[in-house]
Structure formats: C-alpha cells, structure tokens
Design a protein around this ligand. Structure first.
Ligand code: URA
Length: 196
C-alpha cells in the first residue's frame, strides 16, 4: 500500500469512528479522537483514552501527558508526526475514568482496523489499558513489566512486529523517571524499525 493509500484508509476509518455508537461513550463525547500521524516510521503508539483537551480538539495526546509523550519521542529522535498515535478507546470516558471492559471491547475493532492498514513493525503500548486492548487483537499473554524488560516479537495478522511497553506518561506524577523510560523505549523502537 502506498503512503497515500494508508492515509486514505486511516481517514476512512476516522469517518466511521465519528458516527460510532457501539458503546455508551458516544453520549458524552465532544469529538471522537481516532488518532493522528503518518505512521511511516513503522511505529504505532497506543494510549488509554482521550482526556479533556483531546475530547475538545479531536487530537490524541495534546494535554499534559501528551507533552511528556511527544517530548520523549522527539528526544529519542522520532518525529511524533511520523508515528501513528492513538488510544485503545476513541471517546473520552466521563471524568477521565478508566474505560470499562465493555468499552474496550466495543472500540477494539477500530484499533485493529487501523493496525491492519498501518502494518507497524513496532507497537508501543502505554500502560495496562493499551496492553489489554492489543492483547485481545494479538492473543498476547504478557504484562507491561515484562514488555519493559524485553520487547516481544509477535506474529500479527499483517506480519511480524515487536511490542514494546512503557508506563503511561500520566504516571510521571508518581514516578519521575517515566519521561526517561519513555525516551529509552522510543530509542529501542527506532532501533527495531531501522533494523540496527
Ligand atoms: N491519555 C491518553 O491515554 N490518551 C490521550 O490521548 C491523552 C491522555
């Protein structure tokens, strides 16, 4: 698929997400937040769910956690616009609560459709919610802790890819090393996609 076809496919999915009513979150949203970026680095980043700023703008990771995430990516040498940044759930849960299992499952086909178009060589999961969703697609049985120690090589419907794990950037509140951990994770992801 050409880069233009990938962008067209992603924008088609984004339009379908806009009309999505698969779970009760559609009642609360201002905007849907499908994800953004070309993904032409071969890297996809998955967070949990949009927060207030994301719900208002329709863009993922533009609030406080987003600034931490995007600087860690840039510090690692990865232009955030060349990754595809998305979330396990595309609408904001009220009060920023964690998405329920039902909401995660209802939204999973959108994530799967995006991944099948992007065919990433590395997927970075930020925290347990993102990992839960991806595990349902790839049949993984692992933990964020294990993924942080060693990336996992997974057989994906689109071919082989590596799954890397890191703390969610919002966890910086409890652990000041999170930005550094994120930077190292993106350095690792870049090495993988460059074949170093
Ligand atoms: N936290 C997330 O998990 N995703 C966002 O888009 C913003 C904050």
């Amino acid at each position: 698929m050409s880069p233009e076809d990938v962008l067209e496919g992603l924008s088609e999915i984004a339009k379908r997400i806009e009309g999505c009513r698969r779970c009760p979150l559609f009642r609360h949203r201002t905007r849907t937040v499908p994800g953004e970026g070309s993904g032409d680095s071969g890297i996809v980043v998955i967070g949990e769910a949009p927060g207030k700023e994301e719900d208002a703008s329709g863009r993922p990771f533009v609030g406080r956690a987003g600034r931490i995430l995007r600087s860690a990516m840039a510090d690692a040498g990865l232009d955030p616009g060349r990754a595809f940044i998305t979330n396990a759930v595309k609408c904001r849960p009220p009060g920023n609560r964690r998405p329920t299992r039902q909401e995660l499952e209802a939204c999973r086909p959108w994530l799967e459709a995006q991944l099948r178009i992007l065919r990433p060589r590395a997927v970075v999961v930020l925290g347990n919610t993102a990992l839960d969703s991806l595990s349902g697609i790839l049949g993984l049985r692992t933990t964020i802790r294990e993924l942080m120690d060693a990336p996992l090589r997974a057989a994906c419907p689109w071919g082989e890819c590596w799954v890397l794990g890191a703390y969610h950037p919002a966890y910086t509140r409890f652990n000041r090393r999170v930005p550094e951990i994120l930077r190292k994770t993106f350095e690792r992801a870049l090495k993988i996609v460059r074949g170093d």
